[in-house]
Design a protein around this ligand. Structure first.
Ligand SMILES: CC(C)(COP(=O)(O)OP(=O)(O)OC[C@H]1O[C@@H](n2cnc3c(N)ncnc32)[C@H](O)[C@@H]1OP(=O)(O)O)[C@@H](O)C(=O)NCCC(=O)NCCS
Length: 148
C-alpha cells in the first residue's frame, strides 16, 4: 500500500496524554517483548539479541509513552529517498482504540514525507486520511525460518 501526503487528525483522547518519541532511548528488548506479547504481535520475543538487532537496524523507531510507560511502538525501514516500509506497529491492549496507533502513523508519515510508504497487513483504517492505495503488484519471497 502507498500513500500520498494529506495529514489527518488523531484522536484527542490519545494526543493529550501520550508523548511520541523518536529513537532507541528506553527501548529495551525486554520492554519490546512485553509489548509485542501483549499486543499481540508475532515477533521473536524470546530472543533479545534478535529484537535488539531489529531495532538497531531500523531506520526509524517511534515510541508512544504514557508517563513512564511504553504503550506503543512503530518500526520503519527506509532509504530516505524513495521508499519507506512500516514494518511493525503495536499498542498495549488496554489503551488500544484510543488513537495511539493513529498518532504513531501520523508521526511516521511526517518523518517519511517524500517517500512512498509501504504497509503490510490490515491497517487501512489507520491510514484513512492519507490517500492509501492497495497495490496489486507487490511480491514477497517469504524467509525460510522457524516460527517465533
Ligand atoms: C493495530 C494497532 C497498532 C492499532 O492501534 P490503536 O491504538 O488501537 O489504533 P487507533 O486507536 O489509533 O485506531 C485508529 C483506527 O484504526 C482502526 N484499527 C485499530 N486496530 C486495527 C486493526 N488491527 N486492524 C484494522 N483497523 C484497526 C480503529 O478502528 C480506528 O478506526 P476508526 O477510528 O474508524 O474506529 C493495535 O490494535 C495493535 O497493536 N494490534 C496488534 C498488533 C498488530 O496487529 N499490529 C499491526 C500489524 S504490524
Amino acid at each position: 500500500m502507498t500513500r500520498t501526503a494529506n495529514p489527518g487528525t488523531a484522536s484527542p483522547q490519545a494526543s493529550s496524554e501520550i508523548e511520541i518519541r523518536e529513537g532507541l532511548e528506553g527501548v529495551t528488548p525486554g520492554r519490546v517483548a512485553v509489548l509485542y506479547r501483549r499486543a499481540p504481535l508475532l515477533r521473536p520475543v524470546s530472543d533479545p539479541s534478535k529484537l535488539r538487532t531489529m531495532f538497531e537496524r531500523a531506520s526509524l523507531v517511534l515510541t508512544a509513552w504514557k508517563g513512564s510507560r511504553l504503550v506503543g511502538i512503530a518500526r520503519v525501514l527506509s532509504d530516505g529517498v524513495l521508499y519507506s516500509f512500516l514494518v511493525d506497529l503495536a499498542v498495549e491492549p488496554d489503551v488500544q482504540g484510543l488513537g495511539i496507533g493513529r498518532l504513531l502513523v501520523l508521526s511516521v508519515l511526517e518523518r517519511c514525507r517524500g517517500t512512498d510508504l509501504l504497509v503490510r497487513g490490515n491497517l487501512g483504517r489507520l491510514f484513512r486520511h492519507e490517500g492509501l492505495e492497495v497495490v496489486t503488484d507487490a511480491w514477497m519471497v517469504p524467509a525460510k525460518r522457524t516460527p517465533h
